[in-house]
Design a protein around this ligand. Sequence first.
Ligand code: BG6
Length: 544
Amino acid sequence: MAETRVRERPTGPETRKRPERDDGTRPAEPRPNPLREGLRLERMPEPCTMVICGATGDLTERKLAPALYNLMLGGFLPPEFTVVCFARRDWSDQELRDHFREAVNEHSRNRPVKPAIWESFAQGIEYHHGDLKDPAAYVDLARRLERIDRDRGTSGNRLFYLAVPPTLYPEIVEQLDRAGLAASGEARPVGTKRGWTRVIVEKPFGSDLESAQRLNREIAEVFDEDQIFRIDHYLGKETVQNLAVFRFGNGLFEPIWNRRYIDSVQITVAETVGVEGRGEFYHATGALRDIIQNHGLQLMAMFAMDPPVEFTADDLRDEKLKVLRGVKPMTPEEVVHNTVRGQYVSGWVEGERVRSYRDAPKVPPDSETETYVALKLTIDSWRWAGVPFYIRAGKALPTRVTEIAVQFKRAPLALFARAGTQIDPNILAIRVQPDEGILLRFGAKVPGQGLQIRNVNMDFRYGSSFAVDSPEAYETLLLDAMIGDTSLFTRDDEVERAWAILDPTIKAWAAGEGGPLHFYAAGTWGPPAADELLERDGRAWRRP
Ligand code: BG6
């Protein structure tokens, strides 16, 4: 990055003051962006307590517990850090700690747990037994948090993580408010600690534009926007953050990042897994809501945005929003023409037999939900007018890969046409995962007499270049939320705009319009109709 400003490690409660709001409260201070070079080493949050509401689910086991442990292991958490797991199961503190330890041993990128680190981490893990719908449980929680502030020195700083189905968000937010747990700083009652309060909400954030707007309104009744951290975990991936560094930290790419040089862009989010045990959720959600509305459109926005004036959370999100505003929602005819939806039937993935989606547990046998989507979108802006963005996402595909592939326009003159070799268009493939890296494909002369041309690759790989493990997305995002940096979280207007783009497609598909549901065998690259979507434009999907 051009600008390098290293934030000092915070040592106590925030001291700078921002203007008061009408109600006498003050918004939290914006913090510098984590993309800033040099910041990594300085990222230590203030002492705080994180409360995981609905802590006995899959998310805590697979993502949150390992992420917190790795942050502790990396020295990113202050010793006072405490995590309170709030759920209905009748567990003791010790049972919860054992559960966390198993989760880390099974899912952490660093394992097995290191006993010395574990001991100090485990001391800060508590279980809060209660029903998330019971007001008394929140009154008890408030008492517990005050006690933790006194005993462990967490300074009244609280991060609530809503690891529950979205239908419960409004209720939990309201309960937190009623128990006096939502206020930050000076809005807190006299005699209590004046720390900050933040809330992390998981995706999916709503199920269409209207429900997302309603949810935003309900949460905004209690929390200010700068207290709300809407997770899209793709934004926490190193390679996605590197998109900004790649584009704006190098002089080479930005001048050609536009319609004059770029022919088209393909975004692929391919998974080998099927819906596994998530049949109920998936039947109600589908690939468009599960992947495209958030991960797919965020990748597109990060790829296509203009350089922000500064790397502050709001400048960055303003630029992403501009991209999304340029994507016009489709007309009903465009939905038929520019979208393809598919569902997998039985097949083979990586040598394993996969049952049809409709045979997965808790999926109705006549489910019309899509497990595959391909879309063609365009961005009406000076930079991108006329450049198609093809986005596809699917389950039970042959390979797990997420990548953004840029196809450049051909050279204006086919000087080497007589060499008898077709030079393919240049491709720049940004590999988000796995084998994170960037590949440039171009034509080169085959050594020897005569003129033969072959396509070759120039390949940068994170693994071999840096020889260090990247943090998991949840590590980065939890740390950012504790620091108060909203850059890698989606803002209310961004989320709503993403739904607005997809609403016509959602509606058309729900009405049985917008083209048929195509079937594809597990282990193939989706239905042939998805290939036809590109063939009509004289293009083809890249095989990643
Ligand atoms: C989640 C989706 O947001 O992302 C899942 O709900 C999907 O269906 C997952 O499997 C993919 O994440 P990742 O990090 O494994 O690519």
